[in-house]
Design a binder for this molecule. Structure first.
Ligand code: PBG
Length: 330
């Protein structure tokens, strides 16, 4: 007589100890997969916390250098920086973005001189420098596509001259990857990579980022260029175009509500796919864990794992340093 039911397949056997669980674990995530975004401000000795993104700061470059060093010790080697530009320096054409004395370009130079071995990435879009707060050129309430492209290319070349490793076009204008690729190549920067914000959705989850840079649109929204959250097939079209135009990597943004899109790009394209775990996604975890409603470390790890499982190679995330500390201690 059997005391227990006979079942020849019992999935729980592969979960019976931590060693067995580790042996059959399908998805790995390490610090090598993480890209850490920073906000940068002009000045010295500035470390100014972003209220809606606790634990994240607007740094002046002097302090950012030591922060980067401490992240490198934890194994993070790739960083993305975003400038918080004074309102008085913004104009319709985002001219400050490629001015030689632009603090952001000087900072890129300084960071790469100090740490040549890191990978440094930068956004290309007009919004942090635009008095209209849009990613493209605004005229009579319209966002002009083709007129925006030369501005983006100038910005990209200026960043390449400063020593950037990866350009991240985040503006969603049509044809921008090809335009920027050509400008980089014509100026001798064929080694500078492009990680395109391929499927960037018009999302509610960018709020804290716009607080950090004071870059929210002054009028309207971004729906005529950023994608409709309802669309998946359109992401495949965007990816096809980016690949043809010369992108080295394609990104999905935000990540958490778009895991199916990450998966679709992974299945259909052979270049690396990255995911941007955006500010609002991280802010939800900070806020709920501060109240004791969820466990910060477990929730963060589960989110990052889900993006890797969906097919992301790299992940941009404000959790990068906390995650690196966690894996170092466990
Ligand atoms: C700018 C840009 C945005 C983000 C990255 N680059 C904001 C936007 O498009 O409005 C959002 C990142 C985040 O929320 O963490 N084009």
């Amino acid at each position: 007589m059997h005391k227990y039911r006979i079942m020849n397949i019992r999935p729980r056997r592969n979960r019976k100890s931590s060693a067995i669980r580790a042996m059959v674990e399908e998805t790995k995530i390490g610090t090598e997969h993480l890209i850490y975004p920073f906000f940068l401000k002009d000045g010295i000795r500035i470390k100014d916390e972003v209220t809606s993104l606790p634990g994240n700061y607007r740094w002046s470059v002097d302090l950012l250098l030591s922060e980067i060093e401490s992240c490198m010790k934890l194994g993070i080697m790739t960083f993305d920086i975003f400038p918080a530009v004074e309102e008085s320096l913004k104009d319709k054409f985002a001219t400050y973005s490629y001015r030689e004395d632009c603090f952001y370009l000087l900072a890129i130079r300084k960071i790469k001189e100090t740490f040549p071995e890191i990978v440094l990435m930068s956004d290309v879009a007009m919004d942090p420098y635009s008095s209209d707060g849009h990613d493209g050129l605004v005229q009579d309430g319209m966002i002009l596509n083709d007129e925006t492209l030369p501005i983006l290319s100038k910005m990209a070349v200026a960043q390449a001259q400063a020593g950037i490793d990866i350009i991240g076009p985040s503006d969603m204008m049509d044809g921008r990857v090809g335009h920027i690729r050509e400008a980089l190549d014509m100026n001798g920067f064929s080694d500078v990579s492009i990680m395109s914000y391929t499927a960037k959705y018009a999302s509610a989850f960018y709020g804290p980022f716009r607080d950090a840079l004071n870059s929210a649109p002054k009028m309207g929204d971004k729906k005529t260029y950023q994608m409709n959250p309802a669309n998946r097939r359109e992401a495949l079209l965007e990816a096809e175009l980016d690949v043809i135009e010369g992108a080295d990597m394609i990104m999905v943004k935000p990540a958490l509500c778009y895991l199916d899109v990450i998966h679709a790009l992974r299945e259909n394209f052979n270049i690396p796919v990255t995911a941007y775990n955006v500010s609002g996604e991280c802010a939800m975890v900070y806020a709920a864990s501060q109240r004791g409603w969820i466990n910060y470390e477990l929730a963060m790890t589960e989110m990052l794992l889900s993006m890797r499982r969906a097919g992301a190679d790299g992940i941009l995330t404000y959790f990068a340093k906390d995650f690196a500390k966690l894996v170092k201690t466990t």
